[in-house]
Design a protein around this ligand. Structure first.
Ligand SMILES: Cc1cc2nc3c(=O)[nH]c(=O)nc-3n(C[C@H](O)[C@H](O)[C@H](O)COP(=O)(O)OP(=O)(O)OC[C@H]3O[C@@H](n4cnc5c(N)ncnc54)[C@H](O)[C@@H]3O)c2cc1C
Length: 442
């Protein structure tokens, strides 16, 4: 998984802003007594979604005394998606790719509600939950991610495999285990984006998982001695494979792909999966014994059900402080925002840092809001002890474009994933992250 450079330091709360010794006026029971023995009127923050962005923002805001935080998630566990390729291809237990949310949220001093949010009424400041309960907020942080739209691909449910969640990755692992021979096809379906925010319009939300899948599957088939009974064809809807990085990273990855006898085809738009075949927009069909796809991403159904909150594709339009363009008390971070491009954990965490800093500054007057400076930073496992670490900002007009491949990088990914899992969603210490960035920038 990627790691993020922490931005912004937490400062102690400003008690001058508290209402000293005033008897709390009950407001949905959310007016609390601060840990200092000082009564203050806390503002109600609801965080919708406990993935990378939601948990990181929660941690960043946990010490803001002015806030009473509730985190709502339809899942009982937080899913560590960067671990899913290992679930699919190298025998990792799916239980090591998720951890209980209630415990993680409670440890941060917030309230957890296990329920899906059905609808947001931004005018009334209400969130309606699936059971019919309504929550009222002063501030809302939407970190509900994006929907992977498997059903947008005709034939996916009968003939397709994926690795984007904890249902699909184990299903793929079972199929890989029984595979003996035949052509394998791997690729991303084309995603479409809304028009309110000016961002690079990538054809695929993020091709890192495709890269991991092709290398890790190749490794696994070689380990089992059956690679020569298979072919491995990869397609990309983009004009170039890995369109979010620059020429130096392409030059580093190209020989590794050739060496593994993986065929790459660009500008291919998937339209349907059939029994034993993959169909593209131009009518071409490829035979396939195993088809692995990343489906199109669309905005969360929650946003699509909440009039006025999303763009044409259901992604949330924000400014660079991660504040909703039309509703100043709503912030958003992560895959569900229009600004997150590509859809990457590193960018989700960067946005969560910014949203938390903006909210903290609004409530306390303290701290600075970090600039939105996206970059691609990820570690791609390539099977066994091989991995490639990528840092690139050329998509955003920068000059950094680096890839480093060696077993140390693999050990680092293992270390970072394990740290995140065992600490229930904490990022590794800043020192370790800086070391990685120094290696890449040297
Ligand atoms: C296979 C795979 C591998 C990846 N590998 C990497 C990697 O190596 N490095 C990297 O940086 N990125 C990686 N990514 C991307 C990364 O996982 C995402 O960018 C990141 O998870 C986005 O975080 P998020 O918090 O926005 O959303 P999510 O992690 O998707 O979290 C959203 C949360 O919101 C909850 N939610 C959704 N709807 C509702 C609702 N209506 N009510 C309540 N809760 C709701 C969900 O249950 C979920 O817990 C990978 C992605 C995939 C699919």
């Amino acid at each position: 998984m990627s790691v993020a450079r922490p931005i912004g330091r937490r400062k102690p709360p400003d008690y001058a802003q508290c209402t000293l010794f005033r008897w709390p006026r009950a407001r949905n029971g959310l007016l609390d007594k601060g840990t200092t023995g000082v009564n203050m009127e806390r503002r109600r923050l609801i965080i919708l979604g406990g993935g990378f962005a939601g948990l990181h923002a929660l941690r960043e805001l946990a010490e803001v005394e002015e806030l009473s935080i509730t985190l709502v998630d339809g899942r009982e566990t937080s899913l560590v998606k960067p671990s899913l390729p290992e679930v699919a291809f190298s025998g990792k237990s799916v239980d090591h790719a998720r951890f209980p949310l209630a415990e993680a949220v409670r440890r941060a001093g917030a309230r957890f509600i296990h329920a899906s949010a059905r609808k947001i009424d931004p005018g009334a400041h209400h969130v309606e939950l699936e059971g019919g309960e309504t929550l009222t907020y002063d501030y809302l942080l939407i970190t509900a991610g994006a929907k992977k739209d498997y059903d947008a691909i005709p034939g996916y449910r009968e003939h397709g495999y994926s690795l984007c969640d904890d249902r699909e990755a184990p299903r793929l692992a079972a199929r890989v285990a029984e595979l003996r021979e035949g052509p394998i096809v791997i690729g991303s379906a084309r995603s479409e984006w809304g028009s309110r925010i000016d961002v690079p319009r990538l054809a695929a939300p993020c091709e890192g998982p495709i890269g991991e899948a092709m290398f890790m599957l190749d490794h696994e088939l070689r380990r089992r001695g059956i690679r020569d009974r298979t072919t491995l064809r990869v397609f990309s809807p983009g004009e170039i494979f890995f369109e979010d990085v620059g020429a130096a990273v392409h030059d580093a990855l190209g020989p590794l792909i050739v060496e593994r006898e993986i065929e790459v085809h660009v500008d291919r738009t998937l339209v349907a999966l059939h029994g034993g075949e993959v169909e593209f927009e131009d009518g071409e069909r490829w035979p396939s014994a195993l088809t692995l796809v990343i489906p199109p991403y669309v905005g969360s159904p929650l946003i699509q059900a909440s009039a006025g909150l999303g763009d044409e594709r259901g992604f949330i339009p924000t400014d660079h402080a991660m504040r909703h363009l039309d509703y100043p008390e709503i912030f958003a971070a992560g895959d569900g925002t229009a600004l997150a491009m590509p859809k990457l954990g590193h960018i989700a965490i960067h946005q969560a840092d910014i949203a938390a800093a903006a909210l903290r500054k609004e409530l306390t007057g303290r701290g600075e809001i970090p600039p939105f400076e996206p970059e691609i930073f990820c570690i791609m496992n390539r099977g066994g002890s091989q991995a490639t670490m990528i840092l690139s900002d050329v998509l955003f007009g920068g000059k950094t474009d680096r890839a480093v491949s060696n077993p140390l990088v693999h050990a680092m990914k293992w270390g970072f994933d394990s740290y995140y899992f065992h600490t229930r969603g904490h990022l590794p210490p800043e020192m370790a992250q800086d070391l990685l960035l120094r290696i890449l920038r040297s």
